[in-house]
Design a protein around this ligand. Sequence first.
Ligand code: 5RP
Length: 222
Amino acid sequence: MTQDELKDAVAAAAIDEIRPHLARSTVLGIGTGSTANLFIDRLAELRDEFKGAVASSEASAERLRGHDIEVFELNEVGSVPFYIDGADEVNAHLHMIKGGGAALTREKIVAACSERFICIADASKRVARLGAFPLPVEVIPMARSYVARELVKLGADPVYRQGVVTDNGNQIIDCFDFMIDDPLAMEARLNAIVGVVTNGLFAARGADVLLLGDTHGVERLT
Ligand code: 5RP
């Protein structure tokens, strides 16, 4: 199976996971990225079984609307029963690195408001230790150089993601050569740097369920 086929298999498994819980009043939280896109495409077939969705990016909102799925503001909805999203890396504790698509802040906000975070990923995303994937950090533009210097002090090799502006009007620094032993502590440490909006460690609010696709099928981990 190709990586795209594995992504589609976990998207299908996520549909099976949520479908029994859908009601006409249900508003779902939807992530960002190629795996989330495959989930959105499959969700379109169930459009009459739920009310709509909160999206973690403008791109996902547009894709949802393209399938005639109504998109709601998070402030209108308050909380969502499920948040379904991909990951760049995920460990055995279901802590993740996210933000490869620069949507980390809104992803973290919707995840925080979800009762259940379902992570959908192909097996290449599973790691013993987070950090081989460069950790994204969203920064207020005027703080970029300051934050980069602080990241160097923590041992990272920070690289400005040129030409990328987030949906919130901010910039992204990717932390290379930054293996993470204690994701919970590092998430809090990075959040404490002035000028950091969000970092891509999802440990304080990790996933509740991981649907992981490999050539043998989809494994469900909790
Ligand atoms: C976007 C994300 C994505 O979930 C992550 O990058 C995984 O993307 P893909 O499903 O395309 O591999 O965090 O900001």
